[in-house]
Design a protein around this ligand. Structure first.
Ligand SMILES: NC(=O)c1ccc[n+]([C@@H]2O[C@H](COP(=O)([O-])OP(=O)(O)OC[C@H]3O[C@@H](n4cnc5c(N)ncnc54)[C@H](OP(=O)(O)O)[C@@H]3O)[C@@H](O)[C@H]2O)c1
Length: 349
């Protein structure tokens, strides 16, 4: 057995490289032609139905506006209904055909069934499902005093994509629909203090890449991987449950950098309507993929210098038992399960 593997070690890598040298230019040419064709014959979203989860802030909100400009019917989903109302009004002003607001928690199966069913009852179809819900964190794993936050992070970042996808799939199939996934560059370029977030994003990518095979071409999948985009998440304004906004001085002072959210939302929606399998922004991160494969130590040293040697570890209060809001006692939500506000009935605009 060892002999066979030794032989394969010698033969497979050079043979693979030769094949790649031939296949890559041909594939790039085919992809470029396909991209050009799809740019001219991009999907017309007028009167089509788009569900956007995590629509109450930043990237989700801007994605909803992009679909509104394309005159789609939009279903806005998040827990903060008061935010969705304003966003729904803006979407109508921007040209949306119709807006439906659904206060729902994507971690709860029943909520997901409900907003998919309401969408079908009202519009009779689902064309695009855009999953944007997420919860970030910035703590070193060892600093977390309370492990109850761990499954919450995985629930929102992973299961919060899987449930809506599962319940929407039968309807997406009916019209060759599309799922848009908001992953992150952290799925292959993990950063310190984001271990659970990065793990959830990596799981998300593997889940949707597998689903891509299972669905063949009947339902398209667009995976958006982004670096840092200026948004609520990057400004340290995160939520575990409705109304319990976690904001803390230290995180607010972390300066968010990155491109404007609007620009990225435009790219995602244009890519989804073109049928792109991937949307990346910004693309300069790609170079680190080579480092990851050929020189991982360079990345390790860089992150060590940037994060660990930069003074003492800086704890984020999530899961550490430190009060989340300045001057407020530790919140109960760190020891109990996530709850959501009473969910209201759908509102049409
Ligand atoms: N911003 C960046 O730099 C960046 C970088 C890489 C990847 N991303 C990815 O891009 C996507 C959007 O990021 P963002 O910066 O716009 O995030 P964000 O501003 O934090 O928004 C997250 C959204 O998820 C919703 N949400 C969270 N938990 C939910 C739940 N249980 N049920 C329903 N809705 C829930 C929130 O609404 P409610 O609180 O009202 O429910 C909010 O609308 C995410 O997938 C994120 O991972 C962002």
């Amino acid at each position: 057995m060892d002999l066979i593997n030794s032989l394969l070690n010698l033969v497979v890598p050079p043979a693979g490289l030769v094949m790649l040298a031939f296949a890559w230019p041909t594939l790039s040419f085919i992809n470029a032609c396909e991209w050009l064709y799809n740019t001219f014959y991009s999907e017309d979203m007028e009167d089509k139905v788009v569900i956007v989860t995590g629509a109450s802030s930043e990237i989700g909100e801007q994605i909803a506006y992009e679909y509104a400009k394309r005159k789609a019917n939009i279903v806005l989903v998040a827990r903060r209904e008061y935010k969705l109302r304003g966003i729904g009004e803006n979407a109508m002003l921007l040209g949306a055909n119709h807006v439906l607001i659904m206060a729902a928690d994507v971690v709860k199966e029943d909520d997901c069934k409900r907003f998919i069913n309401e969408t079908m009852n009202l519009y009779g179809r689902v064309d695009h499902l855009v999953n944007t819900t997420s919860l970030g964190h910035t703590f070193y794993l060892e600093e977390a005093a309370d492990t109850s936050v761990f499954p919450i992070l995985m629930d929102i970042n992973f299961w919060g994509n899987v449930y809506p996808t599962y319940f929407a799939l039968p309807y997406l199939r009916q019209h060759n629909g599309r799922i848009v996934v908001n992953a992150s560059v952290e799925n292959w370029l993990p950063l310190p203090r984001m271990s659970l977030y990065s793990a959830a994003k990596a799981a998300l990518i593997n889940f949707y890449e597998t689903l891509r095979f299972e669905l063949k071409d009947e339902v398209g999948i667009t995976v958006a991987t982004h670096g840092w985009i200026g948004s609520e998440m990057t400004r340290g304004k995160l939520m575990l449950e409705d109304g319990a906004e976690m904001q803390w001085k230290e995180e607010r002072e972390v300066h968010a950098f990155g491109g404007p959210v609007e620009e990225f939302a435009k790219l995602i929606v244009a890519g989804a309507c073109r049928g792109d399998a991937y949307v990346k922004f910004p693309s300069w991160y790609d170079i680190f993929l080579l480092y990851r494969v050929f020189a991982p130590n360079v990345l390790n040293w860089t992150f060590r210098m940037l994060f660990v040697n930069h003074g003492a570890k800086r704890a984020s209060p999530i899961g550490t038992g430190i009060p989340l809001l300045e001057g407020s006692p530790p919140r109960k939500l760190l020891t109990g399960p996530v709850t959501s506000s009473p969910l209201s009935s759908p509102q049409k605009m």
